[in-house]
Design a protein around this ligand. Structure first.
Ligand SMILES: [Zn+2]
Ligand SMILES: [Zn+2]
Length: 345
């Protein structure tokens, strides 16, 4: 089969690779019909994630059709259409029993990280019964690719952890796919204001179409003053960090209102200053989370009911043999206006 293989920082190739086979009885082999590229894949290619070693097939998002299953798989059979979760869950370990699938002792985020991923014609899914979701007949499979990672991530790490409330004020820093996923799912709770902050006017225009009530371009370095101005000097009840840089996290510390929550989503590679000299008496909380994908069944129902349309996030489409071009398009988002790039078999 063909697969997108990581060969060390800055190096990848769409090349011939051995087709995966069932190793454990709980495995399934899935023929990937649609996948996409994540900002995390770009982090890996920069060399930011040493857990992903050269020779690894990248990718942790996608939908497909079951090719074969191990003897212990009971929920799925060959021919079933499935959504692949970015997080693998055994459902039996201490963390899984607490609903913290991201820290599953034999799973978590392993696809395209410590085991081969979904940017390939076939992928092996461990703990298949509890790591795949059935796709109902007639569902829009393009939309469901957005449910492998970005929608549950924006919702769980940003909206749920950030305690978004009806009538509350929310700021989302970073209008990339994850920030926009938080924006779409924050609206489940009818917040009064959703202020979107980014450096890119195109992304801010998209955010306004997706329901942001205010947009702030932070290029001039005065985003904090702008947010305070929009909130009567109080700041916001929920500040969602969807970038992963010290400057954007520290912006959250400056715009959080008393009693508010800073909900971090971003992948941080370097240390960030925590200004307790200003925050110690503000009654705030700071949360971090790796997506658990516990909200996936709910999000599947919401998408099936057409209450949100994740296909709005798809800006470009490629076939597998053009996946390297898809990476170039996704990596140069400022010029290409890319949000999510869909890659089809
Ligand atoms: Zn991802
Ligand atoms: Zn587990």
């Amino acid at each position: 089969m063909k697969a997108l293989v990581y060969h060390g920082p800055g190096m990848k190739a769409w090349e011939e690779h051995a087709k995966p086979v069932v190793i454990a009885p709980s495995d399934a082999i899935v023929r990937v019909t649609r996948t996409t590229i994540c900002g995390t894949d770009l982090h890996i290619l920069k060399g930011d994630l040493p857990s992903c070693t050269p020779g690894r097939i990248l990718g942790h998002e996608g939908v497909g059709v079951i090719e074969s299953v191990g003897a212990a798989v009971t929920a799925f059979k060959a021919g079933d259409h499935v959504l692949i979760s970015c997080v693998t869950a055994c459902s039996k370990c201490e963390y899984c029993r607490r609903g913290m699938f991201s820290h599953c002792t034999t799973g978590g985020w392993i696809l395209g990280n410590t085991i081969d991923g979904t940017q390939a014609e076939f992928v092996r899914i461990p703990h298949a019964d509890t790591s795949l979701y059935p796709i109902p007949p007639g569902a829009d499979e393009e939309a469901l690719v957005m449910l492998s990672d970005i929608l549950p991530t924006g919702f769980e790490c940003g909206v749920l952890n950030g305690k978004v409330q009806p009538g509350g004020t929310v700021a989302i820093i970073g209008a990339g796919p994850i920030g926009l996923a938080a924006l779409l799912t924050a609206q489940f709770y009818s917040p009064g204001e959703i202020i979107m902050i980014d450096l890119d006017d195109n992304r801010l225009a998209v955010a306004a179409r997706f329901g942001a009530t205010q947009t702030v371009n932070s290029t001039d370095g005065h985003a904090v003053e702008a947010v305070l101005g929009l909130t009567g000097g109080k700041g916001v009840d929920t500040a969602i960090e969807a970038v992963g840089l010290p400057a954007t996290f520290e912006m959250c510390e400056e715009i959080i209102a008393p009693g508010g929550v800073i909900a971090n989503i971003g992948v941080h590679g370097v240390k960030v200053a925590l200004h307790l000299e200003r925050l110690w008496d503000r009654n705030i909380s700071i949360t971090t989370r790796l997506v658990d994908t516990v909200s996936t069944p709910m999000l599947l129902a919401v998408v099936a009911a057409r209450r949100i349309d994740p296909t709005l996030l798809i800006t470009h489409r490629f076939t597998f043999d053009h996946i390297v071009e898809a990476y170039d398009t996704f990596a140069n988002a400022a010029a290409t206006k890319a949000l999510k790039v869909l890659i089809e078999a």
